[in-house]
Design a protein around this ligand. Sequence first.
Ligand SMILES: C=C(O[C@@H]1C=C(C(=O)O)C=C[C@H]1O)C(=O)O
Length: 187
Amino acid sequence: MRSRVSDIESRLSIPPTGWYQSLTAAGLRNPEVHGPARYWLQVEGSFTRALQKQCSHSFHVEVRREGFATPTQEEARRLHIPHRQNAWIREVCLCGDNQPWVLARTVIPLRCLEGEGRRLLHLGNRPLGAYLFTSPHWQRGPLETGLCKPGIPGQPELARRSLFSGHNSSLLVGEYLLPALFQRNTL
Ligand SMILES: C=C(O[C@@H]1C=C(C(=O)O)C=C[C@H]1O)C(=O)O
């Protein structure tokens, strides 16, 4: 039998998103970025760690899909890779206390998968952050703020994204905040 969290989770999707270089720039379009989600749009360090600190009893990663696929044209441009080149694309739901809190989409170009980067193919339910923040090779670039196209209530409206640069290549991590995360009155 499917669990309740899987049922809620299966109705969620990553919406088309417009990306801005800063929270301030996004705020001119949608002042909601300065509301309760602001902390999550700006928190530094491992996002997984920050979420885990907010959990009362459990945190887990559910893989929604993972495999080789073509990134969007915008993602390919951001990563400086040819636009029809396949990449390893990982989409997960980060759940706190059995509630879906964040959807994440990571685009990992082929060059990142060489050498020890092969481990990225086998993360499964282990959080990517645990890998990126324990390996000395990866450096996070500046955070962008995303405004998702207006959609159905309960779907992500705000997002954040950044490039992580390794030896000779970068990967792109997008995190889409679900209202359930920042509408809890705990921060
Ligand atoms: C990049 C991080 O990894 C987190 C875990 C992810 C995964 O397992 O796919 C994706 C995005 C994250 O928020 C992080 O913890 O900061």
